[in-house]
Design a protein. Structure first.
Length: 217
């Protein structure tokens, strides 16, 4: 991430920890003014504090990405706070890995609400406030699990495949409005969220399938 983002306003969902938090810190270090979203206020405050202590600019956006109303409120809050929105990063997720016989409806519903539907609502809300002449950038966080997967990840892989489909369709539609839509597919990232699903055998298998031969650093 080498771009100069000076003065651009970004909203990153699920930025209280993991990939979202690091993305917020990296973008702020390059001059962006970052709206840090998470459901938990203490996570948001900690991320904002780290950014501001490092000389960056950030502000709190505590909203629930599990509902359309929550996503819309987050985008509206960021837009009202800064008067513009240039970059939207749809990163929020809630993940559980389960074998096929163990998959429960409530788990599927929550994973889809946060990991799939919130991407659609994020697109919708961001497009509504992005400047029609200046345009903007929307980045959806998918996963290499959308392209190759493993046991116990039926729901997760399906959702991330869907995120890629959303991205392609949105890019085709929104280009005429000067809005670029792209997706990133992170691989093996040792975040707080992945810790509960790690063991030596699983780590070895994931690293063996990763060209760099290691976890992301």
């Amino acid at each position: 991430m080498q771009q100069d983002m000076a003065g651009r306003v970004a909203l990153i969902t699920g930025a209280g920890n993991g990939i979202g938090k690091e993305t917020a810190k990296q973008m702020a270090a390059r001059g962006a003014i970052v709206g840090v979203n998470d459901l938990k206020e203490e996570f948001v405050s900690a991320t904002v504090q780290e950014i501001t202590q490092a000389g960056g600019k950030a502000f709190d956006v505590v909203q629930n990405m599990a509902t359309r109303e929550g996503v819309a409120a987050a985008v509206a809050q960021a837009h009202q706070h800064m008067g513009r929105l240039d970059i939207m990063v749809n990163n929020a997720a809630w993940v559980r890995y389960q074998a096929v016989p163990d998959i429960m409806p409530e788990t599927v519903d929550r994973m889809i609400d946060i990991g799939f539907k919130s991407v659609i609502w994020g697109l919708q809300a961001a497009v509504d406030v992005m400047d029609p002449d200046r345009g903007g950038v929307i980045v959806n966080v998918a996963s290499t699990a959308a392209l190759r997967s493993a046991a116990n990840s039926v729901v997760y892989s399906g959702i991330k495949s869907g995120v890629l489909g959303i991205t392609r369709a949105a890019a085709a539609e929104l280009g005429a409005r000067h809005i670029r839509v792209n997706a990133v597919c992170p691989s093996a990232v040792p975040t707080e969220g992945t810790q509960r699903n790690r063991n030596a055998e699983r780590d070895a298998n994931r690293i063996a399938r990763t060209p760099l031969g290691r976890w992301v650093r």
